[in-house]
Ligand binder design. Structure first.
Ligand code: SF4
Ligand code: SF4
Length: 190
């Protein structure tokens, strides 16, 4: 076995799931891995652990893996997962709780690209009233990893486009003017 493989040991923590449940008020243990949260999440392309797998990792007590994941910082709190969960689990709030625990334990955000991610996400919502996955992925990879990073991901994006998983040109929602008004108000408040 190589040294690199030995250096990453995952230690289950039996109290971790309980702590997350107490802090969030959400029943993580009720998750039965239906994957609906992951299938509706607009930003899984930038996550290292898909939302349903993250829930399973919490259940297993894999504290280190969860708190060091990119996923908890990449989550955009859009709450799509919440509306899809058949168990009524507020996954977005659990992500929020995990960020709190992580910060409380002095763990630094796993990605220096998180601010880029948030700004690209918000600008997509402002423009279309919803996330345009294609546009967002293009701008995010270009800004965070340059042209080389973008070209590396191009194959995956093209495959998703062909399978109809993402649209090339997004359709703005009807209430787009209201969404923009919300952004303007938020900016006025600073
Ligand atoms: S709240 Fe987070 S995990 Fe849930 S769908 Fe939105 S980005 Fe994905
Ligand atoms: S949608 Fe709910 S029950 Fe299904 S995997 Fe996600 S958190 Fe678990």
């Amino acid at each position: 076995m190589m040294v690199a493989e030995l250096s990453r040991v995952i230690v289950p923590n039996s109290g971790f799931c309980r702590k997350v449940e107490e802090m969030s008020g959400e029943k993580v243990s009720a998750c039965f891995q239906c994957t609906k949260c992951t299938n509706g999440c607009p930003v899984t392309f930038a996550m290292d652990i898909a939302p349903h797998r993250l829930m399973h990792s919490i259940q297993l007590g894999l504290k280190g893996e969860v708190l060091h994941s990119d996923t908890i910082w990449v989550c955009a709190s859009c709450e799509t997962c919440n509306t899809r969960c058949p168990n009524g689990i507020d996954v977005a709030h659990i992500m929020d709780t995990l960020r709190q625990i992580s910060q409380g334990e002095g763990i630094r955000a796993s990605q220096s690209n998180v601010p880029i991610f948030h700004s690209v996400f918000l600008s997509s919502v402002r423009k279309h009233g919803r996330v345009s996955e294609m546009e967002m992925a293009l701008i995010y990879y270009l800004k965070s990893q340059g042209l080389t990073g973008l070209l590396k991901q191009a194959g995956m994006g093209f495959g998703m486009l062909i399978r109809g998983k993402i649209k090339l040109i997004p359709t703005p929602i009807r209430a787009i003017s209201q969404v923009r008004a919300i952004f303007r108000k938020a900016e006025e408040r600073g």
